[in-house]
Design a binder for this molecule. Structure first.
Ligand SMILES: [Zn+2]
Length: 553
């Protein structure tokens, strides 16, 4: 009885919250969200692995829902007509056998064991084999070239035929104060950036020195995610995005290597935290690598629905969410091999379907709205990367991307968050909109982990399109922060990327239903305005947005 009284009380608090002059927007049905998630994460969908039979099943389901919702196909153009999907060719790459890897230090060869001292990922530059003999090693600090911050770690060094050795995270991560957002990670701190810059610098390869704090994860994570099958989008010029060798080395391996070259790792790191840093050659030391690559192209698909704008159809607001998950894999303790991905990301896909239904039920917005259900997020944000590299609708006139990844199926909260930290008008507008439902914005408590770069909105952000990934709050109306955090911790520890991420009958989905009103309002306001939100002046994404300003008159 006591329990019942408590939950009744909670219910009345909830209704009071809803009633507080919340604007009129379409409402979202929690049962519908639950049904979508239940279906998409059922065993029949086999964990939604890209380019498997489960992909066909997922596409069929989402397309049927989009059709029923009343949105139009927005995918590839074929014979003048839009299809429901965008084909996404993916490069799949494996190292054949055990790679031969070594340093030569003052004439003596030291073999490196894959996964132990070094973690080399299979080549994604189009190579069929990697054969590097005695390439010189050059320490390039944090490997950052940031003109808007007047920072260049390379200082014109020639890296052709050489291996660059770099530190992970931003130059100001350790000191906590500086030109790279202090503790918060900018894109310059992310390993993907380091590899991209190495390719731009024309290096033969890059070795990132692993340190747990600035990487935000241990060596095991690095080893596991680099020594397995690698994927990338099929690129027109893969060698301009990847060097043949992309690898991490353990910190103690780096310290020894520096020492043998008469250098002090910690002292050089201190230098690398300043603008004056200059690249340092590791004298008398070289790197060699020899292995074959097995690669092939597989084809997956993004699913695309669209509501065409009534006044400015060439201007687009995008909602995105990934449909894929990990598929069928290693069994857990119970023998379950299906990685159902209920929270990650059947919730986002369900949200996308219901947003499509809401938009189709209302008068046409002035700008077009695209519902982009991307593939291969779990393989490195590849579906969104492909869309953004070959956009179906021009990025210059894409107003914003609002992404949803792993939403909370529980009750409503008093706050919301976004993945990572970023400064942009879109977040300000989201914050203002959420206030109308009495929600406050809670910043990412661990901005140094670089979560901003780990979900699909980032494929848009790096090309200048204002983009955020919405995150459910953890200050629950029913139970407060204690309950919200407990649920969060339990999810991360017991279910995240595990076969047990499964739909639960007692999930109310009332929080998602409420949050979707906010996301609807945000997108609808943008789609019915002529404003162009931008990045803050000091954002690393501002310059690429401003470069296309002439196309947004
Ligand atoms: Zn996800």
């Amino acid at each position: 009885m006591k329990r019942l009284a408590l939950s009744l009380l909670a219910l009345s608090v909830t209704s009071a919250l809803f009633a507080a002059d919340a604007p009129t927007t379409p409402t979202f049905d929690p049962h519908r969200l639950s049904d979508d998630v239940k279906t998409l994460s059922s065993d029949a969908f086999e964990g939604r692995g890209p380019a498997t039979a489960a992909e066909t099943k997922t596409i069929d389901y989402v397309v049927a829902q989009f059709k029923a919702a009343g949105v139009q196909p927005g995918g590839d153009l074929k014979n003048g007509k839009r299809e429901w999907t965008q084909a996404v060719p993916l490069l799949q790459s494996d190292i054949a056998g055990t790679p031969s890897l070594s340093f030569t230090v003052n004439g003596k060869t030291e073999a490196l064991t894959q996964g132990q001292q070094i973690a080399v990922r299979s080549a994604l530059d189009g190579s069929k084999a990697v054969s590097i003999k005695d390439a010189p090693l050059v320490f390039v600090g944090y490997g950052v070239k940031a003109p808007e911050r007047n920072w260049d770690d390379f200082k014109g060094v020639d890296l052709k035929g050489k291996i660059a050795v770099v530190l992970i995270n931003d130059p100001d991560f350790e000191t906590g104060v500086g030109d790279f957002g202090g503790k918060a990670m900018t894109y310059y701190g992310r390993w993907t950036y380091k590899y991209e810059e190495a390719a731009r610098q024309g290096a033969a390869g890059m070795l990132i020195v692993h340190e747990t704090a600035p990487a935000s994860y241990g060596w095991a994570t690095v080893a596991n995610s680099n020594t397995n099958t690698q994927f990338d989008v099929v690129r027109d010029h893969p060698a301009s995005a990847h060097t043949p060798v992309e690898a991490w080395i353990q910190r103690d391996v780096a310290v020894d290597l520096f020492k043998s070259a008469g250098l002090d790792f910690e002292a050089l790191k201190k230098q690398a935290q300043t603008r004056d840093f200059k690249p340092v050659v590791l004298k008398g030391e070289t790197f060699s690598a020899n292995y074959k690559i097995n690669s092939k192209v597989i084809t997956s698909h993004n699913i695309v629905g669209r509501v065409e704008g009534s006044k400015r159809p060439n201007e687009t607001v995008i909602y995105s969410a990934h449909w894929d998950h990990l598929g069928v894999g290693a069994p857990d303790a119970k023998g379950d091999k299906i990685y159902n991905g209920a929270v990650d990301n059947a919730t986002g896909t369900a949200a996308l379907i219901e947003l499509a239904r809401a938009f189709a039920s209302q008068p046409k917005p002035e700008r077009s709205v695209v519902f982009l259900n991307v593939t291969a997020e779990e393989k490195g944000l590849l579906g969104s990367e492909y869309y953004a590299s070959k956009p179906l609708y021009p990025l210059a006139t894409t107003v914003a991307d609002i992404n949803m990844d792993a939403l909370d199926p529980h009750g409503p909260s008093r706050n919301f968050t976004i993945s990572g930290s970023a400064k942009l008008d879109l977040l300000d507008e989201l914050t203002t909109t959420a206030k109308q439902w009495n929600l406050v914005y809670s910043a990412d408590p661990k901005p140094e982990a670089g979560h901003f770069f780990r979900s699909d909105h980032f494929s848009f952000a790096k090309r200048g399109v204002p983009a955020v990934s919405f995150g459910s709050g953890n200050d629950w109306v029913d139970g407060g922060l204690a309950a919200g955090k407990a649920a969060e911790d339990e999810y991360v520890a017991k279910h995240y990327h595990q076969p047990s991420d499964e739909w639960q009958a007692d999930w109310p989905f009332t929080g998602m239903a409420r949050d979707l009103q906010i996301l609807y309002k945000l997108g609808s306001d943008l789609a019915n305005s002529d404003t162009w939100p931008n990045w803050s002046k000091d954002s690393e994404f501002r310059a690429s947005r401003d470069a296309t300003a002439a196309q947004r008159k």
